[in-house]
Design a protein around this ligand. Structure first.
Ligand SMILES: C[S@@+](CC[C@H](N)C(=O)[O-])C[C@H]1O[C@@H](n2cnc3c(N)ncnc32)[C@H](O)[C@@H]1O
Length: 231
């Protein structure tokens, strides 16, 4: 149950509102409302917990020391990576109203020294650099041109040998099996201006076009898979 009365908009005036509400555990979640013009926001750690823990386990973090999580929300992805791999430090990148939600969640895990928030608009602002860039449940929010812009920006900020990890409910290449991914894509078409989910072959094509020299696809938990590109 969500506590009522705490979901006041985080912003006012010309900025589209992002709302907050408190959960019985004391945690806060952030969300936007369709029709109010805000970007799609859904910051709640249980939403990506399976994927974040699988990426912390499955990806070869021993070869990397820093991670940049684009559209980090509360920061569960960098938190799970940093908890599992003490040598990794990280940056959570998101819109300014998400800063307090990130600070609260990272502090609850005693990870402030290693994880910091970077406020910005990932379509317009320069990205900080890191060995690994992650986009979790991000690409499917945007249309094809915007997807390509985000992938190109990730490529530009990575060092040679750096990795991009994209995770979403990636659809099977024949678009016949993955009902969850197909329905998620329909959901994105309704909830966003031009967003849609995509197949692994689609994503590998975009990564290859952006210059990534090696790509791989790996299932995570439930309906989620990651596509990895190495620069
Ligand atoms: C669907 S949530 C994904 C959250 C998280 N990565 C996950 O795996 O659950 C999308 C996130 O992107 C952020 N976002 C949307 N537009 C953005 C922009 N232009 N620049 C930076 N972050 C943005 C939202 O605030 C939100 O936290």
């Amino acid at each position: 149950m969500v506590t009522k009365g705490t979901n006041a908009p985080a912003s006012s005036g010309d900025t589209p509102p992002i709302h907050f509400c408190a959960m019985p555990t004391g945690a806060r979640i952030a969300y936007s409302v369709i029709g109010e013009g805000a970007p799609l926001v859904w910051a709640a750690p249980w939403f990506n917990m399976g994927a974040a823990q699988a990426i912390a386990r499955q990806f070869p973090w021993g070869e990397y020391t820093s991670v940049l999580d684009l559209g980090t929300a509360e920061g569960n992805l960098p938190v799970q990576v940093a908890r599992t791999h003490p040598h990794v430090s990280g940056i959570g990148f998101d819109l300014p109203p998400l800063a307090p939600v990130f600070a609260e969640y990272v502090s609850a895990h005693d990870l402030e020294p290693r994880l910091r928030f970077h406020a910005g608009d990932f379509l317009k602002d320069p990205l900080p650099s890191a060995d690994v860039v992650v986009m979790g449940m991000i690409l499917h929010d945007w249309d094809l041109d915007e997807k390509r812009v985000l992938i190109a920006k990730a490529y530009a900020t990575l060092p040679p040998g750096g990795a991009l990890i994209v995770y979403d409910t990636v659809i099977d290449d024949d678009r016949r099996q993955h009902a969850f991914g197909l329905l998620m894509s329909l959901n994105m078409l309704i909830e966003t201006q031009g967003g849609f989910d995509y197949t692994a072959a689609d994503c590998i094509g975009w990564l290859t076009d952006a210059g990534f020299r090696e790509t791989a696809v790996e299932p995570l938990t439930g309906p989620m898979s990651m596509v990895v590109g190495i620069k």
